[in-house]
Design a protein around this ligand. Structure first.
Ligand SMILES: [Zn+2]
Length: 476
């Protein structure tokens, strides 16, 4: 048989946590056709992976790439790290549906996707999916529809619970999104536009998930003092709707809560015995979202990532901005920030927890973004797996491939085996490392050799190839 591409002399880490082994990998029709030593097989093109790891392409479990896929379809921040699939529409924020457009100014935190508002131009979720199919990006995606977006589209005032008719309207918008291909609903109950939503509002809007085989993904109401109550609220929503839940970017924030992952993880593990639960985490003890005085007050240090009225302060420390420019938080808004508010011990404990997936939570439109946007995956593989020995490389790869594929129901992804889609990342285990840092937040990873999506090479020799083979993935 003739193949399109063969990767020779690979050290395969297959995404299941099995130990690595040597093989050649044959690709045809966008799929992995064979793995092994086929001495007589020929291929149109050949890559030599001697001394390199060949793994399934990484799945970024938590992104805000809804608009990046359309406005910068090379997806350089992601493919440069070996990411081949992004889960978008998180934290209640999705680009669609916008049956009523997006009035200016864009309600935070939806402005993380587009602060000017012009990209919120898809009246239905189906039209957004069709745009991604007609103009595909370099990566695959799996899409969530955001509860905050539904509220902004449906309600005149956001600081109250939704009324019966509004809930019915939101539920039908959610159902349309799920029918069009969304794999679930996300909430951002922590943020002002959704904070007034009682648990029952979320349950009622999420009802279509059960029939549509979707999942519930949440930036919980509280990741600080009341984190245990928020976990219980999340589990209750999952039970009442009858669907799996995913806890986004799990953390315990604020100095008084440092160490409390020793309470949250056992609770998650206990509840996992009676209902399906997933969680993701980014490998940093600083968070990033929109700027607010309240959040800055509980952080040990705050860096500004963007400011609409004062773009010149992007990348600077909030205290330094106060001293040098005499500007306070209110004068910088709307703006984004990085908050140092977690303990390294909690981050390591959560990352090492058996069921934790890796998700970047990167914010691709920030002027001086949190380095997690460009460096999450190489930091887990380089700093945490190789450097600190927090877990074996096989486990690190599993947390970014097999585990998220199973959690999100992406059937033919996340494993390197015959019949699976040919999403592949080739990297050097000794060299893989973060390029981006807090000081220099935009830089590709070190040690990533070649990245393949659906059989097409999208990243090679440190740059995008221009190929855009990404697909919109469904949940099965
Ligand atoms: Zn979030």
């Amino acid at each position: 048989m003739d193949y399109e591409l063969v990767i020779r002399n690979a050290t395969v880490i297959d995404g299941t946590r099995s130990p690595r082994y040597e093989a050649d990998i044959f690709i045809a029709g966008g799929r992995i056709a064979a793995v092994g030593r086929l001495d007589n097989a020929r291929a149109d093109a050949e890559l030599d992976a001697s001394g390199r790891i060949v793994a399934p392409g990484f799945i970024d479990s938590h992104t805000h790439d809804d608009r990046l896929m359309l406005s910068a379809p090379d997806m350089a921040p992601k493919v440069s790290q070996g990411v081949t699939t992004v889960v978008a529409g998180n934290c209640g924020c999705s680009l669609a549906p916008a049956p009523n457009g997006m009035p200016a100014p864009v309600t935070p935190p939806l402005d993380l996707l587009d602060d000017a508002g012009g990209w919120f131009r898809f009246p239905t979720f189906r039209e957004y999916v069709e745009e991604l199919v007609a103009h595909p990006p370099a990566t695959n995606c799996a899409l969530l529809v955001g509860h905050t977006m539904l509220r902004v589209q449906t309600m005149d005032k956001l600081e109250r619970a939704a009324k019966k008719a509004e809930i019915a309207k939101m539920r039908s918008l959610a159902d349309e999104a799920l029918a069009a291909g969304a794999i679930g609903i996300s909430t951002g109950l922590y943020y002002e536009p959704a904070r007034a939503a009682p648990t029952d509002e979320v349950v009622q809007i999420c009802r279509p998930l059960a029939e549509r085989n979707g999942l519930y993904v949440t930036h919980m109401r509280d990741e600080g003092d009341n984190v245990l109550a928020s976990l219980e609220e999340t589990f209750r929503i999952g039970r009442e709707v009858g669907v799996p839940v995913v806890i986004s970017h799990h953390k315990v924030a604020g100095a008084p809560n440092h160490g409390r992952s020793s309470e949250t993880l056992p609770l998650i593990e206990a509840r996992m015995k009676s209902q399906p639960i997933g969680l993701d985490c980014y490998p940093y003890c600083a968070s990033s979202t929109i700027l607010s005085a309240g959040r800055a007050a509980v952080a040990t240090k705050t860096l500004v990532t963007w400011s609409k009225p004062h773009p010149e302060v992007a990348g600077m420390d909030l205290e330094e901005i106060g001293r040098e420019f005499k500007l306070g938080v209110e004068e910088l808004l709307p703006a984004g920030a990085i908050y140092f508010s977690m303990s390294e011990q909690d981050v390591q404990r959560i990352l090492a927890f058996e069921h934790t997936m890796i998700g970047s939570d990167g914010l691709p439109h920030d002027a001086a973004p949190h380095p997690r946007l460009w460096a999450t995956f190489p930091r887990v593989l380089g700093h945490y797996a190789r450097g600190l020995g927090l877990f074996p490389l096989e486990t690190a790869v599993y947390k970014m491939t097999g585990l998220p594929a199973r959690t999100f129901g992406l059937k033919d992804r996340g494993m390197l085996a015959p019949g699976m889609a040919a999403d592949i990342t080739i990297f050097d285990a000794g060299e893989i490392d973060e390029g981006a840092t807090f000081e220099r937040p935009i830089a590709p990873a070190k040690g990533i050799d070649t990245v393949i999506v659906n059989g097409a090479i999208v990243w090679r020799e440190g740059k995008p190839t221009g190929a855009r083979p990404g697909q919109v993935l469904r949940r099965s």
